[in-house]
Design a protein around this ligand. Structure first.
Ligand SMILES: [Mg+2]
Length: 377
């Protein structure tokens, strides 16, 4: 392989739209029906472009991307480690390196996972608070919509009493909503709960006394993570005969604070955010998880490109659980090489991410608005 020189890099602040309003979770206010998923387009002198989500925000883009112009993309790839030497363009670099080999990104990582990659709907927020005249009905409607769209796993938010409702009233609403969703989706769809740390350990145990029989697949961020509290919670789950997994880590920027939990065997699903820590780091974490009999389930919330990256991990390694599907669809990209059916994603074998720029949307909405580094290609 000769050199592939980087000629120009563009960053567009792509829009993600949700078909429904996304309400609050235990900590944050309404998330709205729109988000942003900034996309890097990295062009080379052989006419092949890498695309990927921007990592580190526009500060990282302005700092790093001008320095990449004229450099060889292969300087930024170590087959043992992954993409090195860039944060902002990491994902676009993975794409172009994989394309240079005519392979999907997952093929650079491994081939141990199934081509049928599990995914779950992560969009069931506190929609009851958006529809106060028919709160439970609305929660059930959204759960039924997820099943109708083919999902075999749904995650719902709990922790209404943390700040949005009076504590006892919020607790009761959580219990009612979980029971109603389980009844709506039936016994064959996985159900997870996510409290965004809105409970403490005794509150979480009290909640599970009420919802434990609803067959909860995983409990995510029920309370701020400590070895002591998770040991109590894990013992409590097992004493009651529930196999509920413990998932945590999305608020951490690195794995170090979670290692004590992993070493103690108290973390079943590691959830560091894919956009925040990157794929090169997640490649390393996949091995680390194996060592501690933990699985990966990267946080991708609000980022559709993050989901696509996460799916490549699931295809490459055999220790990833379901991947989080955000409510927002990004208009400027198309997952041409990733198909959705039967409640799972499937790769066609297309090179790179299997994601292409929607040039029509790009020309209509983003051309002229994007940030450009370097000259013409
Ligand atoms: Mg979460």
């Amino acid at each position: 392989m000769g050199s592939w020189r980087i000629t120009r890099i563009r960053v567009l602040n792509a829009i993600g739209d949700s078909p429904k309003m996304i309400g609050c979770n235990a900590r944050l206010p309404n998330h709205g029906a729109q988000t942003r998923d900034p996309i890097v387009r990295l062009e080379t002198d052989v006419g092949i472009e890498g695309i990927g989500r921007l990592r580190g925000g526009m500060d990282a883009a302005d700092r790093e991307l001008p320095q990449l112009i004229g450099r060889d993309v292969f300087e930024f790839y170590d087959p043992e480690v992954g993409v090195v030497g860039t944060t902002a363009a990491e994902f676009a670099m993975w794409d172009v390196v994989a394309k240079s080999q005519g392979k999907p990104v997952y093929a650079l990582l491994g081939d141990a996972g199934s081509n049928d990659v599990d995914a779950y709907d992560g969009g069931l927020y506190f929609c009851d608070l958006l529809y106060p005249d028919r709160p439970l009905e609305r929660v059930c409607e959204e759960a039924a919509e997820s099943v109708a769209r083919g999902f075999r796993a749904i995650k719902m938010k709990v922790g209404r009493g943390h700040k949005w409702m009076e504590a006892e009233e919020g607790f009761r609403r959580d219990v009612e909503c979980v029971a109603a969703v389980r009844e709506t989706i039936g016994p064959n769809v996985k159900l997870m709960v996510d409290a965004n740390n809105g409970y403490d350990v005794s509150g979480a145990m009290r909640l599970f006394r009420e919802i434990g029989q609803c067959d909860i697949y995983w409990a995510e961020e029920m309370f701020p993570e400590t070895v002591e509290d998770y040991r109590v919670f894990r013992d409590f789950l097992r004493e009651n005969g529930w196999n509920t997994l413990i998932a945590d880590g999305e608020t951490q920027g690195e794995v170090t604070p979670l290692l004590p939990l992993m070493e103690a065997g108290l973390l079943d699903a590691l959830q560091l955010d894919i956009n925040r820590v990157g794929l090169t780091e997640w490649k390393r974490l996949a091995g680390l998880c194996k060592q501690y009999r933990c699985c990966g389930a990267p946080h991708t919330w609000s980022s559709q490109f993050g989901l696509f990256i996460s799916l490549h991990l699931g295809r490459a390694f055999d220790n990833f659980l379901a991947h989080e599907v955000p409510a927002y669809n990004v208009d400027a990209i198309l997952p041409a090489g990733i198909e959705w059916y039967g409640g799972q994603y499937h790769f066609t074998g297309a090179p790179g991410w299997g994601v292409v720029v929607n040039e029509r949307v790009y020309n209509e909405k983003y051309r002229g608005e994007e940030k450009v580094y370097g000259g013409t290609s």
